[in-house]
Design a protein around this ligand. Structure first.
Ligand code: DAT
Ligand code: MG
Length: 149
């Protein structure tokens, strides 16, 4: 089943919103397949955000993501990448609809609480970065048949 990589960013951790946010993804029907609390090192952050290297906000982005422990999670399900991005909202919280995570909890683009992979290819790449060979769990929930036809 399709997988996506979610990061609960330092602002969400510091504000005590980690499990509220994870809960929203869980309640959407996505199945948790991996979970890790970790301190992101600079090299890991630069690898994850490589596509943004050279942009004016890159240094701030790396400083932000390394500023506090984060939670990395793998969620899976039908269209997991797009479903998670929809629940997360737009990159800029003030352009995110109410009801989305960023639209409900954020105000600034540099403090947007959560990362979600933007494609299946990105998810594969990012899961390898944050899970470093730690296996994700293959399992089924008894309620899956009420979520996945
Ligand atoms: P997303 O996190 O929605 O996938 P992205 O991949 O384009 O967005 O950018 C990664 C992060 O970089 C984003 O969550 C916040 C930050 N960012 C993006 N564009 C920015 C900008 N114009 N100014 C400041 N920070 C920005
Ligand atoms: Mg992105």
């Amino acid at each position: 089943m399709e997988q996506t990589l979610i990061l609960i960013k330092p602002d969400a951790m510091q504000r005590g919103l980690a499990f509220e946010i994870l809960s929203r993804l869980e309640r959407r029907g996505l199945r948790l397949a991996g979970l890790r609390l970790l301190q992101v090192e600079r090299s890991m952050a630069e690898k994850h955000y490589a596509e943004h290297e050279g942009k004016p906000f890159f240094t701030g982005l790396v400083t932000y993501i390394t500023s506090s422990p984060i939670i990395a999670a793998v969620f899976e399900g039908t269209s997991a990448v797009n479903a998670a991005r929809q629940t997360i909202g737009s990159t800029n919280p003030t352009e995110s609809s109410p009801g989305t995570i960023r639209g409900d909890f954020g105000l600034e683009i540099g403090r947007n609480l959560i990362h979600g992979s933007d494609s299946v290819e990105s998810a594969t790449r990012e899961i390898a970065i944050f899970f470093e060979g730690q296996p994700v769990i293959q399992w089924e929930k008894d309620t899956d048949k009420w979520v996945f036809e």
